[in-house]
Design a protein around this ligand. Structure first.
Ligand code: NI
Length: 351
């Protein structure tokens, strides 16, 4: 499973006034993890916001801000009543666990000592790790919410140390505003991270400060960091074939492991040949292809393909003018095989 991006509808540790509107944008952008805080909006609106997150197919997160025992218990009760999927933050685990019991809510409290508002993580790395290990060992604690970027310690070292010390998922919170930071978070072994203000304020590196563009940029970066993204754009065969006219001169359109994808235009008859070790696949894109074999002929129409195993003699012939063919064959394959023919091509250009 890849690194999880949790979009927080929050600024300065408060749920933003226009959370509902931003939620619509986030859901439309395909964001699957969306959180808010228990301050900033009236309870009923938080409840509706949560219902809208879940109705949109996303997982909901409520992050506790208040750190005194009484308000934290009140927040946990609110989380149960709101029906969030995951409760993030808080430090009064003994008080919160009984409230959450039986609710099905996953609980990710803060390791370490948290002070102030906006919250700051105090203590050195060893102290935070010790706290993380103790918390993660508890039943009812499903993971941790580490305020890594709210620490004055070496943040990279802190994240890696906490992730290495516990076997439950760790979410990194605070000030993650670039692909470089997302990569650092990924390398630390984290399960996820939150971004709120950076996206809402249009500070994430993207083509525009609009929230939609911001979220798309974050998601593309996360997909890249997760290795969930192909570096290749889609290819259009009509356009690729239109880019050259030369016949019997295959162009390289791509490579799949050691197999080349080649595009070729055939016209008239080629030459009898075989390939010692290479199998060839001929997929006809346009026109009709006749392949003569020693004992019979095969006609391949547009949308059809044929495989010619190595060692089998064949002679391709384009019927009805030019025939557009996609070839799939090992990179070492030469078009004329064992035959001596002036149409032999060894240096292939790319489409
Ligand atoms: Ni051949």
């Amino acid at each position: 499973m890849g690194l999880r991006f949790i979009f927080m509808l929050t600024r300065n540790d408060m749920t933003v006034e226009d959370a509902e509107q931003h939620l619509k944008t986030a859901l439309a952008a395909g964001v699957h993890h969306i959180g808010f805080k228990d301050v900033g909006l009236p309870f009923e609106r938080l409840k509706e916001l949560n219902a809208a997150i879940q109705a949109g197919g996303a997982t909901s997160y409520l992050e506790v801000v208040s750190l005194d025992r009484e308000s934290e218990v009140a927040s946990a009760r609110a989380a149960v009543e709101i029906g969030v999927d995951i409760l993030l933050g808080g430090t009064n685990v003994d008080a919160v666990l009984p409230v959450l019991a039986g609710s099905g809510i996953q609980y990710f409290p803060f390791p370490g000592r948290i002070e102030g508002h906006p919250s700051v993580l105090t203590g050195n790395i060893d102290e935070v790790v010790e706290s993380a290990v103790k918390l993660a060992a508890r039943d009812g604690v499903h993971g941790l919410d580490l305020l890594a970027y709210r620490s004055t310690e070496n943040v990279t070292g802190l994240m890696a140390a906490v992730c290495a010390a516990v076997d439950k998922p760790v979410i990194m919170a605070g000030s993650i505003g670039s692909r470089a930071r997302i990569e650092i978070v990924r390398r630390s072994g984290a399960a996820g991270f939150t971004i709120g203000t950076a996206a809402l304020d249009g500070d994430y590196p993207a083509d525009s400060p609009e929230l939609e563009t911001q979220l798309q940029s974050i998601q593309r970066d996360v997909a890249g960091v997760n290795n969930h993204l192909s570096p290749h754009a889609p290819n259009n065969l009509d356009q690729a074939f239109a880019s050259f006219t030369e016949t019997w001169s295959p162009r390289v359109a791509g490579q799949v492991n050691n197999m080349m994808i080649k595009l070729a235009k055939f016209e008239g008859e080629f030459v009898w040949h075989h390939h010692e070790t290479e199998d060839e696949m001929f997929l006809v894109h346009k026109g009709r292809l006749l392949i003569k074999f020693r004992d019979r002929d095969e006609v391949i129409n547009a949308g059809e393909f044929i495989i010619v195993p190595h060692g089998v003699e064949h002679c391709p012939v384009a019927l009805d003018g030019t025939c557009e063919v996609m070839l799939l064959e090992p990179a070492t394959t030469v078009n004329t095989g064992n035959a001596d023919d002036p149409r032999r091509v060894t240096e292939l250009s790319r489409v």
